[in-house]
Design a protein around this ligand. Sequence first.
Ligand code: DMJ
Length: 527
Amino acid sequence: MIPLPTQTPANIPHIQYGFEEEDVAAKAQREERRDAIKSAFRHSWKGYKKYAWGMDEVGPVTGQTKDTFGGWGATLVDSLDTLWIMGLKKEFEEAVAAVSRIDFSTSDTLTLNIFEVTIRYLGGLLAAHDLSDGSYPILLEKAVELGDFLYIAFDTPNRMPVLRWFWLASKEKRDLEASNNNVLAELGSLSVEFTRLTQLTGDPKYYDAIQRITNMLDKHQDHTALPGLWPISIDALTPNFNVDNRFSFGGLADSLYEYLPKEYLMLGGRSSQYRHMYEKAIDVAKKHMFFRPMTEQGDDILISGTVRASARSATAINLDPDSQHLTCFAGGMLAIGSKIFDRPDDLNIGRKLVDGCIWAYNSMPAGVMPESFRAVQCTDESSGCSWDLREWLNSDEDNQQPLEELKRQAREKGMFPGFKLISDPKYHLRPEAIESVFILYRITGDTTLQDKGWEMFKAIEKASKTKIGYGAIEDVTLANSEIMDEMESFWTGETLKYFYLLFSEPDLISLDKYVFNTEAHPLLRPT
Ligand code: DMJ
């Protein structure tokens, strides 16, 4: 068993801005906004409770239920910490009572997604346990029951977990083997929850399980087609980190990177391994993955794109200006990393990434960022990235049509300035953009971020509210889009939580006290 590191804890600096008391008018406005978020949560919770209590999700348009992640009540468990944070004690206790009836040793879902089950359920149980100071022992008991169930998926010859786990096979004592085709994020984003389970129970097996993954990632980090970053899919069986040539902070990769600084903090800075892995990755991302888009207003912002690299040639590194809502967590991550690892430049980069996401929200008729899109990379920073209509439209130099005519044609084609293509116009109620706005606000104290967050909320509320809850938006390029019958657990588990915290007193879930400094809170202190 690999034990938790026992070195002296690092002296991790405090990261939250020193907020001063606000004036009466500012307080009134903030509280009004905060209460509107709480109402949105209550509305969503009411719909879930009425139509889908104990199931994974409610369909916000039809009221039909869905079991998408194990069928144990993903929305119920994922939202426990939000209930606590919003002070909804009665609802929290009702939910805890329902949790006590869940049997995490069996599931109607035959193939379980280990990563999704870990972040939504194990994370939900542990966060609620920690926030409520351990006052509801059943939460930890259920986390252990689930942790032990998931642990079976790690019983493979090379100790890499089976990430899409046909769990009945294990019940029948059939041998398991890691897959040769894994989603990177699914392998690399189990560390925080499994580590916390070891810290709370004293049982080393959970940390041992994830530390073996970290060691493998560490070993291969410098030997991918883009050394420093890992490709979005990998072979965990052989193992082989050169089966894919795409690198991104978007879907399939995202939270692996996010978990590196968070795991460093979870361990109280006792292991520098996570710091080194993070710093290497960010240096490469800054060089090859972040780009300044060409926008009509010449905004000084950044977007996280997709890189294709070839293992055969160090010069074959190509940036595609394709991005996704999922990449928007990166701004917050860079801001945290900047503070805890003393990388001052990264705060500025993090802010520009956040502003890139806000730009994408503001550019759409619905006021909400699309799931994925292609921007135009600014190639000449020295000229201030000035707007070039012909370049945006890919119109050749010989096309002498007047600019007004080109603009008309662009409008007819449904193009939006700065966007070459909206590859997926949906918004799935995702949290990443508001998560980063919240983190940047708490780190910098910049109140304009609250105003920007409020605009985002108003746009989402307008476009997604239904009688039952809030639904994913079918097409953000329309001012009045259809609403989909989908409300994933992260809407109440993450998105509304970050909106709420943006408008709360800053000492509610202070970044220093609860989330990021494991020394300050007795329950979060590693054993
Ligand atoms: C969430 O389930 C998690 O935040 C995950 O790490 C990535 N994305 C989704 C929400 O978009």
